[in-house]
Design a protein around this ligand. Sequence first.
Ligand code: RB5
Length: 147
Amino acid sequence: MTDRIVLTSDHAAIALRQAIAVHIAAQGWTVVDIGPTTHESTPYPEHGAAAGARVASGDCRFGIILCGTGQGIMMAANKVKGVRCGVCADTFSARMIRQHNDANMLSIGARVVGEGLALDIVDAFLAAPFEGGRHATRVEMIRALEG
Ligand code: RB5
């Protein structure tokens, strides 16, 4: 399985995205940062969909995406077939979306959490394995909803 993680954000989250890139690169992950790099206003649906496509295709193992709240970009990413993305503002949820929901993308709101908590959320997400078992049945049911 690839060690590549795709990162993206809209204009509201560039600094936090860059901090996350440095943090996970130091852990040995290969960072695929698909921008944007300027602070000009840019629509989060485009970026969420682009990152989602990288994960759904298998090019990247995980995606970490950010906007002001984390909500809009998460909604866009979840429209890509095969993506399971949750917004997290706490480490418990970040762990659980891996363990129970087999989430392959994590969304964070840069206007909601500070950098220290955001990095802990990323760590919790990346460290937690999917538990399978009864949760696999439920994830299969989510997949079936995609048609
Ligand atoms: C941009 O101002 C803001 O709407 C966006 O970053 C995000 O919070 C949307 O969900």
